[in-house]
Design a protein around this ligand. Structure first.
Ligand code: HEC
Length: 166
């Protein structure tokens, strides 16, 4: 660093200090309160209208199904189909935040951790779709399924019991 610049530094430091102090004071006193979020949908609607349709797009685009005609690969084949998966994955990733909103979160521990897991699974599905990587999308779909199930097992008390659980 040239000598002339380093010798100017000390005289600038106090100014920066004053500016910072003013900024911090401003945050404490005059900052407007954060916006009051309002959940538009109750939990059932959030599941049925936001999470479930998005998850179906992922699951319908991953793996294979066996039909009378043989094995059908579900992976997207066109740019447009991959983009639909990207969109659905983004909805799921953001849905983790929706579930953590104060009026939806049932507690601040496991509920929050599982909701973050939803965001992580959504991000993995999105990355897989952007890379058009069918194997990675299948893996992300499995992870996603586990996240849904782990929350339902813990918090959805009246959920239908599957034969495997009896
Ligand atoms: C953080 C917790 C949580 C996560 C994660 C979660 N759910 Fe739910 N889900 C619930 C709760 C709680 C209910 C019960 C809602 C009620 O009936 O009040 C529910 C209910 C449902 C229902 C039934 C709604 C109805 O009509 O009764 C569906 C479908 C559903 N979830 C789909 C999903 C899918 C798909 C995922 C994963 C992509 C998922 N959920 C992830 C908490 C969660």
């Amino acid at each position: 660093m040239p000598r002339s610049q380093s010798s100017r530094t000390p005289s600038r430091a106090p100014l920066l200090g004053v500016a910072l102090a003013a900024f911090v004071a401003g945050c404490g006193q005059d900052a407007p309160p954060p916006p009051a979020f309002e959940a538009v949908h109750d939990m059932k609607e959030t599941m049925n209208l936001v999470l479930d349709p998005a998850a179906d797009v992922i699951w319908d685009s991953a793996g294979q199904v066996i039909t009378a005609e043989g094995v059908e690969d579900l992976a997207p084949t066109t740019e447009e189909e991959w983009l639909q998966v990207v969109h659905a994955a983004a909805v799921l990733a953001e849905s983790g935040n929706l579930l953590m909103m104060p009026s939806r979160a049932l507690d601040q521990e496991d509920w929050v951790e599982i909701s973050r897991g939803l965001t992580a699974a959504g991000q993995r599905a999105k990355a897989a779709a952007l890379a058009e990587d069918a194997d990675a999308l299948f893996a992300a779909g499995g992870l996603l399924y586990n996240v849904c199930v782990s929350c339902h097992q813990q918090y959805w008390v009246n959920r239908p019991v599957r034969p495997s659980e009896t």
